[in-house]
Ligand binder design. Structure first.
Ligand code: ADP
Ligand code: MG
Ligand code: ZN
Length: 595
């Protein structure tokens, strides 16, 4: 069941809007009052509360619409009367489903407006051909995502070409990335570029109060889509419907699960070649039900990441187009000062600066306005801890270069293709992208050790440079430990234990992880000892490599701090001078003893 809906005073709502606390607003008519009275449903930004609110405006809402536009709050007008969620939400906040059902029945009998039936209909906002008015030119700084999506545009625009060749067109594309990076914008741009209708709906809108409503909305949405094909169905906030099922034994999630099941059924029920492509967006891919990612559903994932410096410049240029910029405004410099900003933050920044200029009765926005606006926006972001302090950036930079440097020398053939200190918000602060030279299915023992050392290289760099480690390496340690554990218990790579598989083959379709088979306490101790040994050896190897190449570690880190991103070419050019310590040379020559 979804979160409760809270009735709030209209004055409170206005205040929340003015304090920029409001995230999303739906203005509609309240069918309980014959559709005459207006009603506003809204949500706050997550940091101000996760509940849904409903309020009844005093007087006309025109004024509100104006303010919402100014504040850049997402809003839409419901095409149909808003369901009873708000009021009922108050009554059943303790989860009395029966009461809700009884009420629903009562409303549908008495309402006359067709309460229950109209509730099932989608509120999907449908835009006609290319009516989204958004094209790829409006989305900047996410070139990789754009490139991948270009293909989707082609599927939609030239579907016949693919059908004639007998090619299967993908059905579902999942846009994954931190909030405000332009996922919604990209989905609209795809529709705009392909010139096809765009049916959009937020996941939270599916999950309504009454069991069955969400499912029927899904059905309705897909029926509409099939009639309009080729078209795009866009499901925003997929995580609201798509969370892993079966989490709640009391059955409190029945509604959401039914909705999700319906979505899965619908996705299985049509063919990508029918001309419907489902695009979904989420900030929280890790919570999604794995069933959503099976082939034939959302089998394509596109990462929409925070922009790097040059990306931020492009976004500033896009949003600066409609603003009178003063002579002294240097967008490149602003881009340099806004590490960690997502597209929405930059759009907000430009707007803040313009407001600042207006407040000062200026004709154009000056650099000083931007300076002040940056401070304001950062203050807002810091609350959500998205912006790194200088010290944090430094730590992250050393850490990532540590991975890259160790990775460059270790066997394993995984060349590092990119390192970045643009915060990602999906867990990691910076990241190092490793690509296997070829698709590898077998890892040699050497390579496994190389992997371990590379994983621990980030932490080792922190140890060497700062004499202490940060919490940022926890994911690396987790991965390294898992790998070492596998080496000992599954791959039989430890001499003292021999080729015995201690891990039971894990059931592929259960998330149970691998259970160890029953072992004697002595063997269990030995397993732990061997895992430990592997990890400690890897750590000291990483430390030795970094000590020997300290100069390189420093210079590469400085470069990374300046550019924020280093790609494979730049890295390789930089790291060719890296030297292998004597023990590594011996190891590479085959002299490394098996633990
Ligand atoms: P998301 O769906 O990823 O949370 P949105 O697409 O809703 O982000 O972005 C909100 C607004 O921020 C957009 O309407 C646009 O004005 C601005 N924006 C976000 N990302 C970009 C981008 N990459 N390029 C240009 N503008 C962007
Ligand atoms: Mg969005
Ligand atoms: Zn790391």
């Amino acid at each position: 069941m979804k979160t409760d809906t809270v009735q709030s005073a209209y004055s409170t709502f206005l205040e929340q809007v003015n304090q920029a606390q409001v995230q999303q607003v739906t203005i509609g008519r309240d069918f309980r009052r014959d559709g005459k009275a207006e009603r506003i449903d809204y949500t706050l930004k997550p940091e101000f509360g996760r509940q849904r609110y409903t309020t009844r405006p005093v007087g006309s809402t025109d004024e509100v619409v104006k303010t919402l536009k100014e504040q850049g709050v997402q809003f839409n007008l419901a095409s149909e009367p808003l369901p009873t969620a708000g009021i009922v939400g108050l009554l059943i906040s303790s989860g009395m489903m029966f009461g809700a059902l009884a009420l629903a029945a009562k409303f549908s009998r008495a309402g006359g407006v067709g309460a229950a039936t109209s509730m099932g209909k989608t509120k999907a906002r449908s835009y006609g051909k290319s009516k989204t008015g958004v094209t790829f030119a409006d989305v900047a700084g996410v070139d990789e995502a754009k490139q991948e999506l270009q293909e989707v545009v082609d599927f939609l625009a030239n579907g016949d070409k693919y059908r004639q060749l007998g090619a299967k067109i993908p059905k579902g594309v999942l846009l994954v990335g931190p909030p405000g990076t332009g996922k919604t914008l990209l989905a609209k741009a795809i529709a705009g570029e392909a010139g096809v209708p765009f049916l959009s709906m937020a996941g939270s809108e599916f999950v309504e109060m009454f069991v069955g409503v969400g499912a029927s909305r899904v059905r309705d949405l897909f029926n509409k889509a099939k009639r309009q094909a080729p078209c795009i169905v866009f499901i925003d906030e997929l995580d609201a419907v798509g969370k892993t099922r079966g989490g709640n034994p009391t059955g409190g999630n029945d509604e959401r699960e039914q909705t999700l099941n319906q979505l899965l059924t619908e996705m299985d029920g049509f063919d990508g070649n029918d001309g419907v492509i489902v695009i979904a967006a989420t900030n929280r891919p890790e919570t999604l039900d794995p069933a959503l990612r099976r082939p034939g559903r959302f089998d394509r994932q596109v990462l929409v990441d925070r922009p790097d410096k040059s990306g931020r410049l492009e976004i500033l240029q896009v949003h600066g187009r409609g603003v009178a910029l003063g002579e002294d405004v240097n967008l490149a410099e602003i881009a340099a000062q806004t590490a960690g900003f997502a597209g929405a933050d930059l759009a907000n920044l430009v707007n803040e600066a313009a407001l600042m200029a207006a407040r000062n009765n200026r004709q154009a926005v000056l650099m000083a306005d931007f300076g002040e606006a940056i401070e304001r926006v950062i203050a807002g972001l810091e609350k959500r801890s998205r912006v790194l302090t200088t010290a944090e950036r430094q730590t992250v930079a050393y850490h990532e270069v540590g991975h890259a440097l160790v990775g460059a020398l270790m066997p394993g053939g995984n060349r590092v293709t990119k390192i970045s200190i643009v915060p990602r918000g999906l867990g990691a602060l910076g990241y190092t992208l490793q690509m296997p030279e070829n698709d590898r299915f077998l890892m040699l023992e050497d390579e496994l050790r190389g992997q371990l050392a590379t994983l621990l290289g980030g932490r080792a760099a922190e140890e060497i440079v700062f004499g202490k480690v940060s919490t940022g390496a926890s994911d690396d340690i987790q991965k390294a430990t898992d790998l070492a554990e596998k080496a000992v218990t599954e791959y039989g790579m430890s001499a003292s234990l021999g080729p015995v598989a201690f891990a039971k083959a894990s059931a592929q379709f259960l998330d149970g992880g691998s259970d160890r088979r029953t072992t004697s306490p002595e063997v269990a101790t030995e397993i732990d000892r061997q895992v430990n040994l592997l990890l400690n050896n890897a750590r000291s190897m990483a430390i030795d490599i970094l000590r020997l190449n300290r100069g390189l570690l420093e210079s590469a880190t400085q470069t990374l701090l300046e550019t924020e991103v280093l790609d494979g070419e730049q890295l390789r050019a930089m790291l060719t001078q890296a030297q292998a310590p004597a023990e590594l040379q011996a190891w590479l020559a085959g002299g490394y003893s098996v633990v």
